[in-house]
Design a protein around this ligand. Structure first.
Ligand SMILES: Cc1cc2nc3c(=O)[nH]c(=O)nc-3n(C[C@H](O)[C@H](O)[C@H](O)COP(=O)(O)OP(=O)(O)OC[C@H]3O[C@@H](n4cnc5c(N)ncnc54)[C@H](O)[C@@H]3O)c2cc1C
Ligand code: SF4
Ligand code: SF4
Length: 395
């Protein structure tokens, strides 16, 4: 017998007829039968399918009561500003563009939160991309990116100002930071959204993202907690035009409750030699696939990349074949990029790869197999072996 008394899904035995439809509707095999259905909490994903399929309404999922239930007034569509050197990360501008669309539907304002040290000048940049209000916190302890410190600083501001929505870039930094903040705020987070919208009936944020390996698109809502949090990868949304005539109200936060995490000391910082950190900013990217086969051909491609000012990336199969570093993987489980030009060499074009290049303006495919799916998304194709193409190009 499974002990699931404290689990959120319950069987109301006085209603259950023992028909077994719930077990049939469970894709995870989480329900087994004794006299009544028994749900295994270690397997159940709380997907709700059994609840919907029970004709006797004998299954119930508890709705959590959280300390941040939205009875308290929340307002504003916020974007967490990320910096790269002394500039805003491209994803921050892209999120500001989407935030403007969401804010208009909610009749609320776009606001940005900017924490760090010596970064005040970027408040004007945030305004130029559409932020009406910039929440700025500067402290020497925030000069270096330490996830724990950044999270505590942003959370203190969020708790004070109570935004309705908080959007974060699903970058290398943003991924960990957003999860940490969501945990500290006791709210939900949908990572890697590919689209965001507002449900006109409820005013809730619709957090849309591929699920189950891209086989279905899930729309996730956060009805009980605030802020509604979502992260979006770089290159998915369109950045608005920069308009220096736009101005923002700047609200400085002193962070009286902030304490840096004493367990962490930054000793040194080293630039990522693979180029993985800057891939998202490159105008031209050459993607290397398993069809490239040898390190010698990879070296030739790198020479070509240097000549044309391109960054080099790769497919997961190329990573697994040891042709390219994992930090340069593009696709569903790698980075999403939106260069002006993407040149795919020896890449078949499976959906998990093309999911990462959906924002590329022009795609050229080099692959001897004319039936490869990459040619369905490519603007130009060259059906030759990689080695032959490079020789033709004089590399
Ligand atoms: C959950 C999940 C997540 C995934 N995430 C990702 C991801 O983030 N990114 C990703 O890329 N993949 C991902 N994959 C893997 C993906 O499904 C594919 O297996 C992968 O993209 C294939 O890589 P490829 O095109 O390099 O290799 P292949 O599919 O093996 O294609 C190689 C191509 O090279 C061509 N070729 C052969 N010889 C030559 C030559 N001499 N010159 C030029 N071309 C040649 C062939 O015709 C072929 O089309 C994921 C898979 C799963 C299940
Ligand atoms: S579907 Fe409902 S009534 Fe039928 S066995 Fe399951 S819980 Fe009981
Ligand atoms: S909620 Fe979903 S996973 Fe859990 S028992 Fe029901 S159908 Fe199965």
């Amino acid at each position: 017998m499974i002990d699931n008394t404290s689990f959120a899904l319950h069987v109301l035995k006085d209603r259950c007829t023992g028909c077994g439809l719930c077990a049939d509707s469970c894709a995870y095999n989480a329900i087994r039968f004794d006299e009544y259905p028994e749900i295994d909490p270690s397997v159940c994903r709380l997907c709700g399918s059994c609840v919907q399929n029970c004709p006797a309404e004998a299954l119930q999922i508890d709705t959590p009561d959280t300390p941040t239930a939205p009875q308290e007034k929340t307002t504003g569509v916020w974007v967490l500003a990320e910096t790269v050197g002394n500039a805003l990360a491209p994803v921050t501008k892209e999120l500001l563009g989407k935030a403007a669309v969401l804010a208009e539907k909610l009749h609320q304002d776009v606001e940005a939160v900017l924490v760090g040290y010596g970064i005040a000048a970027l408040a004007d940049e945030l305004a130029a991309y559409g932020a009406k209000r910039v929440h700025l916190a500067e402290k020497a302890e925030l000069a270096a990116f330490v996830e724990e410190n950044q999270a505590h600083a942003v959370v203190e501001i969020v708790k004070e100002c109570r935004p309705e929505i908080l959007l974060v870039g699903a970058t290398q930094r943003g991924r960990g930071l957003s999860a940490r903040m969501a945990a500290l705020l006791h709210t939900g987070l949908t990572a890697d959204c590919t689209e965001l919208d507002i449900d006109t009936a409820s005013g809730l944020l619709l957090q849309i993202r591929p699920a189950f390996g891209g086989n279905l698109i899930a729309t996730i809502k956060t009805p009980h907690c605030r802020p509604q949090m979502a992260s979006v990868r770089p290159g998915i949304m369109k950045a608005p035009e920069r308009r220096t005539s736009l101005k923002a109200e700047i609200i400085r936060h002193e962070l009286p409750g902030f304490e840096s995490d004493k367990r962490i000391r930054l000793i040194t910082e080293t630039a990522d030699a693979t180029g993985g950190g800057t891939l998202g900013n490159s105008r031209i990217v050459i993607g290397i696939g398993r069809g490239v086969k040898s390190k010698e051909t990879v070296d030739r491609i790198r020479q070509w990349a240097t000549r044309i000012g391109a960054a080099v990336a790769g497919s997961r199969a190329a990573v697994e074949a040891g042709l390219i570093d994992a930090r340069l993987q593009v696709g569903q489980t790698g980075q999403a990029i939106a260069p002006e030009l993407y040149i795919a060499i020896g890449i078949s074009g499976q959906i998990q790869h093309t999911a990462g290049i959906a924002g590329a303006k022009t795609i050229i495919a080099i692959n001897p197999d004319r039936t490869a799916p990459i040619f369905h998304v490519a603007d130009y194709g060259w059906a030759v072996q990689a080695e032959e193409a490079l020789s033709e190009l004089g590399i």
